[in-house]
Design a protein around this ligand. Sequence first.
Ligand SMILES: *[C@@H]1O[C@H](CO)[C@@H](O)[C@H](O)[C@H]1NC(C)=O
Ligand SMILES: *[C@@H]1O[C@H](CO)[C@@H](O)[C@H](O)[C@H]1NC(C)=O
Ligand SMILES: *[C@@H]1O[C@H](CO)[C@@H](O)[C@H](O)[C@H]1NC(C)=O
Ligand SMILES: *[C@@H]1O[C@H](CO)[C@@H](O)[C@H](O)[C@H]1NC(C)=O
Ligand SMILES: *[C@@H]1O[C@H](CO)[C@@H](O)[C@H](O)[C@H]1NC(C)=O
Ligand SMILES: *[C@@H]1O[C@H](CO)[C@@H](O)[C@H](O)[C@H]1NC(C)=O
Ligand SMILES: *[C@@H]1O[C@H](CO)[C@@H](O)[C@H](O)[C@H]1NC(C)=O
Ligand SMILES: *[C@@H]1O[C@H](CO)[C@@H](O)[C@H](O)[C@H]1NC(C)=O
Ligand SMILES: *[C@@H]1O[C@H](CO)[C@@H](O)[C@H](O)[C@H]1NC(C)=O
Ligand SMILES: *[C@@H]1O[C@H](CO)[C@@H](O)[C@H](O)[C@H]1NC(C)=O
Ligand SMILES: *[C@@H]1O[C@H](CO)[C@@H](O)[C@H](O)[C@H]1NC(C)=O
Ligand SMILES: *[C@@H]1O[C@H](CO)[C@@H](O)[C@H](O)[C@H]1NC(C)=O
Length: 589
Amino acid sequence: MKKSSSTMMRLSKISIIIIIITTILLIIINGSNASRTCPRGCDCIETLLITNCSESSQLEYVPHTLNPALKKLYLPQNNIRRIDSAFDVYKNLIYLDLSSNLISTIVDDNFRYNNELQIILLKNNTLVTLRPKAFNGLNQLKILDLSYNRIEMINDTIFKNLNTLQILDLSYNLLKVLNENTFVGLRNLINLNISNNLITKFTTNLFSNTPVLIHLNASFNEFEHLDDNWFIALYDLTVLDLSSCHIASLSPNCFNGLNNLTILNLNNNSLMAIPSASFLPKNVIQVLNIGQNPFPFIHPKSFYHLKHLKRLYITNTSSLAKIHVDAFDGIENVEILELSNNQALKHIDANVFDNLYSLSSLILSNNSFENLQIDLITKYKKFDLYLDVRGNPFNCNCSLEWLNFHLIRMFNKTVSSNPDYFLNQNITFPIFNLATLLNENVSEIIMKQNALDVRCYSPFALKDKFIIKLHKDKFGCFLLESIIPIIIGAMFGMLIISGVIILLVIQCRNQLSGFVKNQLYYNENQRNSNNHFDLYPKPEFVFISTYNDFYKSPANINAAMEEFSVHYPLNQQQATAHHQQHQQPTTEL
Ligand SMILES: *[C@@H]1O[C@H](CO)[C@@H](O)[C@H](O)[C@H]1NC(C)=O
Ligand SMILES: *[C@@H]1O[C@H](CO)[C@@H](O)[C@H](O)[C@H]1NC(C)=O
Ligand SMILES: *[C@@H]1O[C@H](CO)[C@@H](O)[C@H](O)[C@H]1NC(C)=O
Ligand SMILES: *[C@@H]1O[C@H](CO)[C@@H](O)[C@H](O)[C@H]1NC(C)=O
Ligand SMILES: *[C@@H]1O[C@H](CO)[C@@H](O)[C@H](O)[C@H]1NC(C)=O
Ligand SMILES: *[C@@H]1O[C@H](CO)[C@@H](O)[C@H](O)[C@H]1NC(C)=O
Ligand SMILES: *[C@@H]1O[C@H](CO)[C@@H](O)[C@H](O)[C@H]1NC(C)=O
Ligand SMILES: *[C@@H]1O[C@H](CO)[C@@H](O)[C@H](O)[C@H]1NC(C)=O
Ligand SMILES: *[C@@H]1O[C@H](CO)[C@@H](O)[C@H](O)[C@H]1NC(C)=O
Ligand SMILES: *[C@@H]1O[C@H](CO)[C@@H](O)[C@H](O)[C@H]1NC(C)=O
Ligand SMILES: *[C@@H]1O[C@H](CO)[C@@H](O)[C@H](O)[C@H]1NC(C)=O
Ligand SMILES: *[C@@H]1O[C@H](CO)[C@@H](O)[C@H](O)[C@H]1NC(C)=O
């Protein structure tokens, strides 16, 4: 008994010890869990050291119980108002997303221990001012996004420690002035976005602190005037966006120093003339957008110094009414020229594009052209030109017949590889804009679709008819060219007939009364029988080609037209319609 009771005692002692140990272990485990929790609505991926607390977590503060070794922290669309020293524990942070919160200030030394941080997104908060030492300690930072805030001013040298920063986004703020020392320290900045602010001027030394800047977006500001030498330090600048800035005048040396500038956007400003004097021979601009400005006239040699120009956009200029015949002199390398949406532009000189030897795309859509002359494209054999002439009020008369043929050529150039393309689907017409044209060449699909969508506006019988689908006879050249022989023939005929009549009258004067009697009898008979029109066989006229100048040999043209009628894709329905159309008399003319 004693033995067994002592065994019992020993067993219970062991079990007590086991219980105590497990309790301690549990407490330890629980304790560690308590100090490292993943807040509700967050997604904590421990293996990758990522925590993602997006909108559903509705945080009001930065969670401080996350893994201190955290590398990426996503906190967008919460209700965080203050971030004071909240990141001191997360010393390994590389990526921090605080966009779309309610942060209104960043205190001095807020990121003092975060010298691994490379990306900070503070977009769409309520920042008004930035403390002078707000970004101290961030000596690996590469991207800083401060867009969509209410920043009114930036203290001098606030970025002075951000020597590694490459992208700074200050767009959509309320900045008015950038002092000379604002960008001190940003010696590796490549991309600066200060668009959508209220900036009225730069100072000459502002950009001397950002010597490797490649991309500057200053659009949607309030400059009114660009002064000499503002950009003189920006040797590497490649893209300069100054669109929508109310710019009315440019000093002659305002683009001085921009010897690598490739893309310049001056769209939607207040320029009353093309600022030719400011385009310096040293500028190597390849893409220029100068549309939506109120100039009424493009004067001679407007772009003369821009020898490297490849793409020129003059669109949405509602006051542009006249383009001088020498306007594009000197820019022989232009490949794409867009002159579209210029409602006041009714006429364009046939020789205006003569010197554009490299032209491959000419976009003349949505102007007010009733007519375009074939000479626009015949000079220097621009037969394969991509031509977009949609949305013009074309008068489809003989002068425009060449366009029918040119569009067929454009369409045919690519359609033979897939003739069924348009028959099996509804066509939607994509819209060109600067972005798409910068990024890609005009695709063959777009070429084909655009060729299909050019319509007549007048005469009434042809209104809204597709030019590419019109039979060549509808343009009236047939009529014009055959009317002179008809008149001459008719006159000869009249002469002969009247001669015969006179002879008859003279020779058969005695039988005249008998002739009249016979005639009356005949007419009565006709009236009694069922009268109907005589169907004379239509006279056959030889089609005289107007393309003889265009395609030197007439033999070619006949072959080409024949091939076209073989290759042009018609489905059964269309084919029948086409057939019927041809049997109708040409009353529409
Ligand atoms: C974070 O979570 C949200 C919602 O769960 C998700 O939409 C988002 O893609 C996540 N972000 C990252 C970087 O994983
Ligand atoms: C800014 O944040 C608000 C609230 O989260 C959101 O509705 C809005 O779309 C955001 N705007 C931008 C430009 O991100
Ligand atoms: C920042 O600039 C504002 C306005 O010029 C000035 O009032 C303020 O004292 C400056 N702050 C510091 C710390 O220099
Ligand atoms: C500012 O410019 C940069 C670079 O061009 C671009 O990535 C960014 O989206 C722009 N910011 C806004 C808010 O559009
Ligand atoms: C400049 O910024 C505006 C507005 O933020 C944007 O629409 C435009 O695409 C940007 N330009 C370039 C060249 O990135
Ligand atoms: C700018 O031009 C110079 C000389 O033409 C060239 O060496 C340099 O690489 C260019 N910079 C850029 C960013 O293209
Ligand atoms: C043109 O600029 C004005 C003034 O900056 C702006 O309000 C307008 O939205 C711009 N228009 C376009 C089409 O960019
Ligand atoms: C021309 O104006 C239209 C309508 O205002 C606009 O949608 C289009 O983007 C503008 N084109 C350019 C190149 O600015
Ligand atoms: C021409 O105008 C139409 C209708 O206003 C528009 O849809 C189209 O985008 C414009 N084309 C160009 C090239 O701007
Ligand atoms: C065709 O119409 C245009 C514009 O209405 C006119 O200038 C031209 O002289 C006409 N051509 C012929 C051959 O009638
Ligand atoms: C149509 O395409 C064929 C084959 O590509 C070509 O031989 C023919 O000349 C073209 N016709 C016209 C009118 O361009
Ligand atoms: C094309 O459009 C017509 C009428 O708008 C519609 O009935 C037909 O289903 C469309 N076809 C296709 C392939 O989308």
